[in-house]
Design a protein. Structure first.
Length: 169
């Protein structure tokens, strides 16, 4: 198959772009790992998923770029694209995404605070009467609690005595 130089340049630029995409996906993966700090098994699963995504992305780029033909300049394009992304854009992208995530977290925390505020007010209003009721009925509460725990205590005592009887035989 004869390929023209213009086609080769096009494929090289497509794979260069693919390397940039792979670098971006890697940065997303790094951010995800930094946020969740997974254990060993979860890391292995995440690595597998990462490599599957990278494989699908690179295969798609190769198929749409030059019908899946592997040439030296395609590998060179992927490597150079990833290196260019890593050197020029990686820090900016990571800082931007982290800043966006922090902003989203702050907004969500404010929403949660707004939703929880009425509950806090209700709890603070009900605290004083509940304390008075609790103080007044504490002796009754203790007696009821003892009474309710009686079957469990009896069961444990019977179990203990049966064990002693078995050991004596």
């Amino acid at each position: 198959m004869i390929t023209y130089v213009s086609e080769q340049i096009y494929v090289f630029l497509v794979t260069l772009y693919g390397g940039i995409i792979i670098g971006f996906i890697y940065d997303l993966y790094r951010i995800f790992r930094g946020i969740f700090n997974p254990k060993k098994i979860a890391t292995m699963i995440e690595d597998f998923i990462f490599w599957m995504v990278i494989s699908v992305a690179s295969a798609s780029i190769l198929i749409f770029g030059n019908e899946g033909e592997l040439r030296f300049y395609t590998f060179l394009g992927f490597v150079l694209g990833a290196l260019l992304y890593n050197r020029l854009l990686s820090r900016i992208v990571i800082k931007s995404i982290v800043m966006i995530l922090i902003t989203i977290k702050k907004i969500l925390m404010k929403i949660v605070y707004i939703l929880i505020y009425p509950v806090k007010v209700l709890i603070s209003v009900l605290k004083k009467p509940v304390r008075k009721i609790k103080k007044k009925y504490k002796p009754v509460y203790i007696r009821i609690k003892r009474f309710l725990l009686l079957p469990k205590r009896m069961y444990n005592d019977i179990k203990k005595y049966l064990k002693l009887i078995r050991e004596k035989k």
